[in-house]
Design a protein around this ligand. Structure first.
Ligand code: GUN
Length: 293
């Protein structure tokens, strides 16, 4: 069994991005600028956004954080998005999800200029991705593919089972795994809460991408020997062992599955660090106007 070290790979890519940013600056080019919009004080969102801002600093990007209270109106948020769309210094921005219930996430996502949508959530980016056109690919799916690539894990003709059908992970990663070329060319099955026989389907999988948000869902008796397992789960569960009072639990019963796997990602330290680094890569592409001019 080989552990897929997302922390080490993301550190390597971070170095690559920082070097490129330094070159851009040395040549008198524009410093890439990412803005993040955070509504409310959800613990998980606070941590994710703080990590994104910190990583911007580490790679040499400019960053801005725009905060709203929980009770902010949809109109206020849409006005902010309009400002960010028009701000020529900002190359890309994200609105951290989830949003409070009185604000329509879809309306907010569609208000973002797709050329600045470094999360890749806008229907134009999602649509272009699904037909293989240049676009901003959302960060977690992009990070997963980068891990497969950097570990040289074969995907052509393999049976890839995706657990979960979210717009952020399940659907896009399934689309990417079936695209022509590497890492792709896989035969993809998507399972979700209404799928019968998930165990049988998983037992025939060469690669399993677990993105359900159900802690330790994938058990040892659901996988075959030699399987490649990518665990996207990051459920926060209370814990007396950590200073913060919680710990992250993946969708995979790691202790049971790891001994049977050829490659497996840990939680934390697997997909998580790759997600942030993919966002940085998209911001760099946005700064260079490489996808949309
Ligand atoms: N909430 C959970 N994951 C994400 C993400 O990748 N981007 C944004 N904007 N919100 C999230």
């Amino acid at each position: 069994m080989q552990l897929i070290d997302g922390k080490a790979i993301s550190a390597q890519i971070k170095k690559e991005i920082a070097e490129e940013v330094a070159q851009i600056k040395a040549a008198g080019g524009k410093t890439p600028h990412l803005a993040a919009v955070l509504v409310g004080h959800d613990g998980g969102s606070e941590t994710y956004v703080a990590n994104k801002i910190r990583t911007c600093e580490e790679v040499g990007f400019k960053s801005s954080l725009v905060r709203f209270e929980d009770k902010a109106s949809e109109q206020e948020l849409l006005a902010c998005i309009d400002r960010l769309n028009k701000d020529a210094d900002i190359d890309g921005f994200i609105v951290q999800l989830p949003l409070p219930g009185h604000i329509s996430e879809q309306k907010v996502i569609e208000a973002i200029d797709y050329r600045k949508d470094v999360d890749g959530f806008h229907p134009i980016n999602a649509g272009r991705m699904s037909i293989g056109l240049p676009c901003f690919v959302s960060a977690t799916p992009a990070g997963i593919l980068e891990l497969l690539k950097r570990y040289g894990i074969p995907t052509r003709g393999k049976h890839c089972v995706v657990l979960g059908r979210s717009n952020i992970v399940g659907k896009p990663v399934a689309g990417l795994m079936m695209q022509k070329g590497y890492p792709g060319d896989a035969t993809v099955t998507v399972c979700h809460s209404r799928t019968p026989n998930i165990r049988e389907i998983c037992l025939s999988a060469d690669i399993i991408i677990a993105a359900l948000g159900a802690p330790e869902f994938l058990k040892g008796d659901m996988v075959k020997d030699g399987v490649v397992v990518i665990d996207v789960g990051t459920t926060r569960v209370p814990s007396s062992e950590t200073k913060s009072g919680f710990k992250l639990k993946g969708d995979v019963a790691f202790g049971e599955v790891a001994p049977k796997a050829s490659f497996i990602t840990p939680v934390p330290g697997g997909v998580g660090p790759m997600t942030i680094i993919s966002l940085m890569k998209n911001t760099l592409l946005a700064g260079k106007k490489e996808i949309y001019s």
